[in-house]
Design a protein around this ligand. Structure first.
Ligand code: FAD
Ligand code: NAI
Length: 477
């Protein structure tokens, strides 16, 4: 006999889980959400918000913002006639405390949203027990909960490498990387993916010498290679030492734990580097180990992901899974989109998630954002396309701000003109990409964008010009 009965139980309170729970409750389901993370709120309860709000998207963007202001103050103000008296310095504990406040505000806000939407919050680890008369039985903490439908939204955790123990003090994953108490003189990062570039940027801007050791021979392999080349050029100019084709060997912390030596090999042979902090950012693994999936026969693949179809349905009737714990990009907005889709499908609605229009953003400076296919993918698929590419240098607003780095590149089908991909590197790319996502979601053509009136002077005019350039008729370039 279950202690509590629900229509819907969501396991995991990250962006996939909390959004699914809110939408399910809005649709009239009696809904609960179980969360067990170790970050306690002032009441001692696990915080909601998952990786994203606690140790991911939000805290990293807060630190990126502070470090950007610091760098601008040091290097951009003078050119605009702003004089700063004395040295500019960074108070790391204050920066970290501000970040913590942002996290507190948002995570407690979700508890408020649960109250408002009548979602029951259950503090505790959820694991499957079996199937009872009232639905799936899940143990949450000490109680057994029964629910007609279960949404697994247990997310992911950082992948660690064998022989490189992470203590989150000297050798860090994303958790420690967001909590450093001072700027390390020499910072090493293993992996030049999204976390490597974002966290490398934060600490470089604040004064660290940053070295990134990347296993692949190419830089940002998932991005359009035009963008990747430009990004690599800019990041190296900013002072990041990005070493490609690296095989990391022995990692030895000093006895006093104040530094760590990394042995590695690259095209130049065997080398050693000593760092004051090391961040391991080599991808993430899904959290399925503690689910007791075998008790109910929930299918997990060889990499640990819950196996689902395009509608996030698992192999079990009434069990769904969303977010980082299933296939596809590990992005908060993709997790939320899936959460909403599942709740709506459960209610008999036509839930839908278009994986072709999920945007990617890397919040470095310049920002990098894209949606749809890259040029190399179109070539590999044998799709004929036309390209429009416009630099921010040709834009009045960009010149006015003093930041003209980067470009917008639009790829459209040569036959139908439908937009197949948009790739942006430059200031505010994270916001500019929205227009491309909307146009692509509506099946729009480059001609559609070219004929839409864009406010002047704005950076969005570069997107407009790129659309015009697809038809070789840009007006300002
Ligand atoms: P999670 O957010 O991981 O949440 C899962 C939750 O489930 C956790 O709170 C966990 O404690 C809980 N849980 C796990 N197992 C159980 C259990 N058995 N019982 C109860 N609770 C359980 N994405 C972006 O889109 N934009 C960004 O800018 C961005 N920045 C990032 C920066 C960093 C440093 C990192 C690490 C990630 C970033 N991401 C970003 C990725 C984003 O955080 C994830 O894609 C997103 O959090 C996934 O949401 P989720 O709900 O699937 O899982
Ligand atoms: P990632 O997958 O983006 O990058 C990992 C990098 O590490 C790759 O370049 C890979 O080649 C490299 N690598 C793997 N093994 C290695 C090894 N042994 N030695 C050296 N390099 C190695 O993973 P990352 O940066 O850890 O981020 C995890 C995920 O979190 C991202 O994929 C993304 O989904 C999400 N995220 C999203 C952000 C955003 O949307 N802005 C920001 C940060 C994270």
């Amino acid at each position: 006999m279950a202690d509590k009965q629900f229509d819907v139980l969501v396991i995991g309170g990250g962006p996939g889980g909390y959004v699914a729970a809110i939408r399910a409750a809005q649709l009239g389901f009696k809904t609960a959400c179980a969360e067990s993370n170790p970050y306690a709120d002032p009441k001692g309860e696990p915080r909601l918000g998952g990786t994203c709000l606690n140790v991911g998207c939000i805290p990293s963007k807060a630190l990126l913002h502070t470090s950007h202001l610091f760098e601008e103050t040091q290097h951009a103000f003078a050119a605009q006639g702003i004089k700063v008296k004395g040295d500019v310095s960074i108070d790391v504990p204050t920066m970290i405390a501000r970040k913590a406040k942002v996290v507190d505000q948002l995570t407690s806000g979700i508890k408020g949203l649960f109250k408002k939407n009548k979602v029951t919050f259950l503090a505790g680890h959820g694991s499957f027990v079996g199937k009872g008369e009232g639905g799936w039985q899940v143990k949450v903490g000490e109680e057994t909960v029964e629910a007609k439908q279960v949404i697994v939204a247990t997310g992911s955790t950082a992948r660690h490498l064998p022989g490189i123990p992470v203590d989150n003090t000297l050798v860090c994953d994303n958790i420690g990387a967001l909590e450093l108490s001072e700027v390390p003189k020499r910072l090493g990062l293993i992996g030049s993916g999204v976390i490597g570039l974002e966290m490398g940027s934060v600490w470089r801007r604040l004064g660290a010498e940053v070295t990134i050791l990347e296993a692949m021979d190419s830089f940002l392999g998932a991005a359009d290679q035009d963008v990747a080349k430009e990004a690599q050029k800019v990041f190296v100019k900013q002072g990041m030492d990005v070493k490609l084709g690296v095989k990391v060997g022995k990692v030895t912390p000093a006895k006093n734990k104040k530094s760590v030596t990394v042995e590695y090999e690259d095209k130049d042979g065997a080398s050693k580097a000593v760092f004051d902090k090391l961040i391991v950012s080599v991808g993430r693994v899904p959290n399925t180990a503690g689910l007791n999936a075998e008790a109910v026969g929930l299918k997990i693949d060889e990499r640990g992901f819950v196996v689902v179809d395009d509608h996030c349905k698992s192999n079990l009737d009434g069990v769904w899974a969303v977010g980082d714990v299933v296939r596809g990009p590990m992005l908060a907005h993709k997790a939320m989109e899936e959460g909403v889709m599942v709740a709506e499908l459960m209610a008999g609605q036509a839930g839908h998630c278009n994986f072709d229009t999920v945007p990617w953003v890397i919040y470095t400076s310049p920002e990098i954002a894209w949606v749809g296919k890259t040029e190399q993918q179109l070539k590999a698929d044998g799709i004929e396309y036309r390209t429009g590419k416009i630099p921010f240098l040709a834009n009045g607003r960009a010149l006015g701000t003093g930041d003209t780095t980067g470009f917008v590149k639009m790829l459209a089908c040569a036959k139908t003109d439908r937009i197949l991909g948009v790739h942006i590197i430059g200031a505010n790319a994270s916001e500019l990409i929205g227009e491309a996502v909307v146009t692509m979601e509506f099946g729009g053509a480059s001609e559609d964008l070219a004929r839409i009136c864009h406010a002047h002077p704005t950076l969005s005019e570069v997107v407009h010009e790129a659309a015009l350039a697809v038809d070789k008729r840009p007006l300002h370039f």
